[in-house]
Write a protein that binds this ligand. Sequence first.
Ligand SMILES: NC(=O)C1=CN([C@@H]2O[C@H](COP(=O)(O)OP(=O)(O)OC[C@H]3O[C@@H](n4cnc5c(N)ncnc54)[C@H](OP(=O)(O)O)[C@@H]3O)[C@@H](O)[C@H]2O)C=CC1
Ligand SMILES: CC(=O)[C@@H](O)[C@H](O)COP(=O)(O)O
Ligand SMILES: [Mn+2]
Length: 393
Amino acid sequence: MMNLTILGATGSIGVSTLDVVARYPDRYKVVALSGHTRVELLAEQCHKFNPAYAVVGSATDAQRLTHLLSTRRVNTQVLYGTEALAHIASLPEVDAVMAAIVGAAGLMPTLAAVSAGKRVLLANKEALVMAGDLFMAEVRKSGACLLPIDSEHNAIFQSMPAGYAGNLSRAGVSRILLTASGGPFRDTAIEALSSVTPEQAVAHPKWTMGRKISVDSSTMMNKGLEVIEAHWLFNASANHIEVVIHPQSVIHSLVEYVDGSVLAQLGNPDMRTPIAHALAWPQRIDSGVERLDLFAIGQLTFERPDLARFPCLGLAYQALRAGGNAPAVLNAANEVAVSAFLAGDLPFLKIAAVIAETLAAVPCSEVATIDAVMTADDQGRIAATRALAAYAQ
Ligand SMILES: NC(=O)C1=CN([C@@H]2O[C@H](COP(=O)(O)OP(=O)(O)OC[C@H]3O[C@@H](n4cnc5c(N)ncnc54)[C@H](OP(=O)(O)O)[C@@H]3O)[C@@H](O)[C@H]2O)C=CC1
Ligand SMILES: CC(=O)[C@@H](O)[C@H](O)COP(=O)(O)O
Ligand SMILES: [Mn+2]
């Protein structure tokens, strides 16, 4: 039996994880769940999976959840706040942690799971973008088993040679090809982008996801964050990671070898596949995902990304090459800009402008500690909020 904590259980990845877990009651036991604001959904999940602990964001929501659980006669202990998240991520009885909180809020609880040496199923890419160096050092120190959930990184992991130990050239790998759908605006006339709405931006053509990552896909900042994520996970330099637009989202990424071989992982665009892969690894389990029907798909196509259309992708490469605090500043600026766009306070095309101005405004520095990462995050948020003021609509 594998005991699980699911951080971000009420989100898109959390719900898909519970869908896979529910198929194997003899294999997985849910020990703890976290949500933030969706208290009714969390109460239903507690009713179904009977965890020992549930965590929400505030004292008020903890009271609401306690009340909902008592009416359902569910005996789950309710906690709230950041320390409670770190607590359920590092419980001694927990074997594996699904890290599926969105954004910078996921960093500390995910790091707590890493420090406790858990099997960490990493969906929260922002944690690696912000603190990749320290995060990977902590993985090595604690002996945590880090398994990528992001579909592309899970595909790369599956396409790497057995025994690959973070040395691309020794493994004969020449390049990582990271696929991207191109999002909802791949073909939209550039002039029309100035007036796109949040609802248009979150309407991803292939994946059903949370609102923040869906906007990131529409600007291709998602792919930029994923380039940085791949850099840390696979010890690959920016020059060894190429983004390829593949609108069908069937090939989830590819690994090119020096002998000319290119290995890839394919599948229907459904996150239950990488989730099931990481839950069961090194075994395989049925995820509930439909078989891939190549005859129905017919064609797989590829394009180079246009950096004039998608400046956020270029900004992410710039931050990766700059190193130090730049990726954390990039991430903070993106979170501020996306949240303003979703609130109707920032035009779509100004998301990239806010991030570029923030990167230019915050001086470069090293990030040798988590405190330094959090300072970079704060500086990025302050500079981005200042930049927003010029574009408020
Ligand atoms: N969705 C997908 O297919 C993919 C997602 N990812 C990554 O996985 C992560 C989760 O994405 P997704 O599931 O789409 O996001 P969602 O927005 O659907 O879910 C986010 C989860 O995090 C919780 N949460 C939000 N803010 C906070 C906070 N401040 N503190 C604690 N918990 C919080 C939410 O709680 P509540 O809803 O109760 O408020 C929810 O449980 C992201 O990092 C994303 O980039 C990666 C690849 C694919
Ligand atoms: C499912 C997943 O992993 C997402 O990160 C996905 O990659 C988003 O699609 P884009 O390729 O459009 O960013
Ligand atoms: Mn992805």
